[in-house]
Design a protein around this ligand. Structure first.
Ligand code: F6R
Length: 601
């Protein structure tokens, strides 16, 4: 979703701001803009729809100079995709420039109450905010920071924001504030930065000060001043972010997605080494987490999208190994339609980004109700990890492609480890995960097979199905999401037995139906369902374990413990989605309309 970067420096800032925007591209956006201030020599505002590369081209030949500036990538919420609606937004007289992530719920009301007679140039809530700052500065003779604070005080309690403001009259100073939307202040010898995503500014610094909700900061090139919600100055030391900037690069890969699919073997190995010691005992899981989970009479896994799908698999481990009944819920539904809870619930939030607004809303509600919470996330220090009682890392490294891959398998591994820690899997899980890692590599090394499958089965097709039973049904929904979200082939993931209750009527001559077959108990039934769709003209593509395979199956999976098969069987689906998308000439990493981190509800 939207991204913010700002830099006040001893040097020219435009190249860093544009590079920062490029690093934010993975989050999904539809327009971008930059404001650079060169003090007495003037200032520059350039905005473009489309890619950051288009913005970059638009800045060429303008001889833009300046040692402070702010920039933004916008994912449209209020108003369509246009240059006028792109950020930063300027106040009427061009004094203030504002970049904003989030949503101002009462912007209509604020506009009607305070901005009668002010000509607005966009349909955005952000322009209302910057015009309010200008109005308060002018009419009440307030300083920039006081006008900024006054505007913030008028925002509806449900509003979410990360603001970055500059005042043309005070070049070199950035004002910033946040609520329910992430923002970091980076400090360095070259100057100081503000960013909604550390990855964007790793070339400048790895040292960041976290800005908390309702705080305001004034950021200058050699100074950062923080104020708490009461307006009192506070001190907070930076934390060091231990990410290698190279980890956020594609390296030799044509797309991040392929790199991230390939990394799954390493991530699985890393997780087994992190969560188990040399004697195969659990480590790095706080005993309080285990105690709190053991004391629970029911687990509630709450998540969105792919993370929700990982929860569907994890349910099996918590029920079978930890013997705790487990429900899996979609966060956007749970937030406003909370089901009846058990006496002693324990909540697990699964998230790659740790910033998903729907999940944050549930965490907020649940915290107010006083129930224990654990977040399992890839981005530690994110809102969901900070605000839950406990947090466990996924250790997958930065996931940049919009389509989640390695975070999904990491979530499944951590769920398995946690269930094993609470109960009895009866397995040497460390060893089993090491085997999974080896077999993942075997599948990854055969990626050309999936290119061939994708091209022959999906070329020219408008729709497809993934089917399976039990754990395979749980993976089928994730497999379908992967394929549809990046290739735009409309794909349904289905419990195989449910097809004949209606959906089978969609099967036509040649409809691709991918069947996942790894669970012995139901293999015979799924074979029957494959025959039923084949009899109605479907092109069936069976991905089966060696034990369950038959002549004519498209791909034979290596075998690991049956309950851990989701970790393997999803990889062919990820690669089929990848190659089908390439075959269609589409951008694998940046599918239309989507954002990496969904920070609005
Ligand atoms: C799909 C995908 C999304 C995310 C969902 C939740 O490939 O990435 O469905 O899984 O938006 O995001 P996180 O895991 O960051 O909470």
């Amino acid at each position: 979703m939207c991204g913010i970067v700002g830099f006040t420096s001893f040097n020219q800032v435009l190249p860093t701001l544009l590079k920062g925007l490029e690093k934010l591209e993975y989050r999904g956006y539809d327009s971008a803009g930059v404001y650079v201030n060169d003090g007495d020599q003037g200032d520059y505002l350039v905005k473009e729809t489309g890619r950051v590369a288009d913005l970059e081209r638009a800045t060429e030949n303008k001889n833009i100079k300046g040692t402070s500036g702010i920039a933004h990538t916008r994912w449209a919420t209020h108003g369509g995709v246009s240059v006028e609606n792109a950020h930063p937004h300027a106040s009427e007289d061009g004094r203030f420039y504002l970049a904003h992530n989030g949503v101002i719920e009462n912007y209509d009301e604020l506009r009607d109450t305070y901005l009668q007679g002010v000509k607005l140039h966009s349909q955005t809530d952000t322009e209302v905010a910057v015009q309010l700052i200008d109005k308060f500065a002018k009419e009440e003779n307030l300083s920039a920071v006081d006008a900024f604070k006054k505007m913030i005080a008028l925002l509806d309690g449900n509003s979410a924001y990360a603001f970055l403001l500059m005042d043309r009259q005070e070049p070199g100073i950035m004002y910033t504030a946040k609520k329910k939307s992430p923002l970091l202040i980076g400090v360095s010898d070259q100057g100081n930065v503000v960013t909604s995503d550390a990855a964007a500014m790793l070339d400048i610094t790895h040292d960041f000060i976290e800005l908390m909700d309702d705080e305001v900061a004034i950021v200058e090139k050699d100074k950062v001043t923080l104020f708490n919600a009461q307006g009192e100055p506070i001190t907070r030391l930076p934390f060091h972010l231990d990410i290698d900037a190279a980890e956020t690069d594609k390296g030799v890969y044509p797309y991040y997605m392929l790199k991230e699919v390939d990394e799954q073997a390493i991530v699985t190995r890393t997780l087994s080494q992190y969560y188990f010691d040399d004697e195969n005992n659990i480590q790095n899981i706080d005993a309080n987490i285990i105690d709190a989970m053991k004391a629970a009479d029911r687990l509630y896994i709450v998540a969105a999208g792919t993370s929700y799908h990982a929860g569907l698999v994890g349910k099996r481990y918590f029920e079978q190994w930890a013997r705790i009944p487990t429900e899996v819920h979609i966060s956007s539904e749970f937030a406003y339609d909370q089901p009846m809870l058990s006496q002693k619930p324990f909540f697990i939030f699964l998230s790659q980004s740790g910033e998903t607004a729907d999940s944050r809303e549930v965490l907020d509600n649940i915290t107010k109700q006083g129930y224990p919470t654990l977040t399992i996330a890839n981005v530690m220090n994110s809102t969901l990890t900070r605000e839950a009682d406990f947090a466990l890392p996924l250790l997958a490294g930065p996931e940049i492609a919009v389509a989640s891959t390695k975070a999904y398998t990491a979530q499944i591994s951590v769920e398995a480890i946690l269930a094993h820690a609470i109960g009895h899997s009866g397995l040497n899980l460390k060893l089993e995960l090491a085997k999974v890692a080896v077999e993942m590599q075997v599948i990854i090394d055969q990626k050309e097979d999936f290119k061939a499958i994708a091209e022959s089965a999906l070329s020219g097709q408008r729709s497809a199905f993934y089917i399976g039973r039990g754990l395979d049904a749980a993976v089928a929904v994730e497999a379908a999401l992967k394929l549809k979200e990046i290739s735009y082939v409309q794909t349904e993931g289905f419990a195989a037995g449910e097809l004949k209750h209606g959906t089978i009527s969609l099967i036509e001559e040649g409809t691709p139906v991918f069947a996942l077959l790894t669970q012995a108990k139901t293999a015979g039934l799924v074979r029957g369902e494959i025959a039923q769709v084949a009899a109605r003209g479907a092109n069936t593509i069976v991905i089966a374990t060696k034990e369950l395979a038959k002549t004519g199956d498209a791909y034979i999976l290596p075998e690991v413990n049956e309950l851990l098969m989701p970790l393997l069987e999803v990889i062919p689906a990820q690669l089929i989605a990848y190659y089908a998308t390439l075959d269609r000439g589409l951008d694998v990493d940046r599918p239309r309309n989507l954002a990496k981190s969904v920070t609005v509800q």
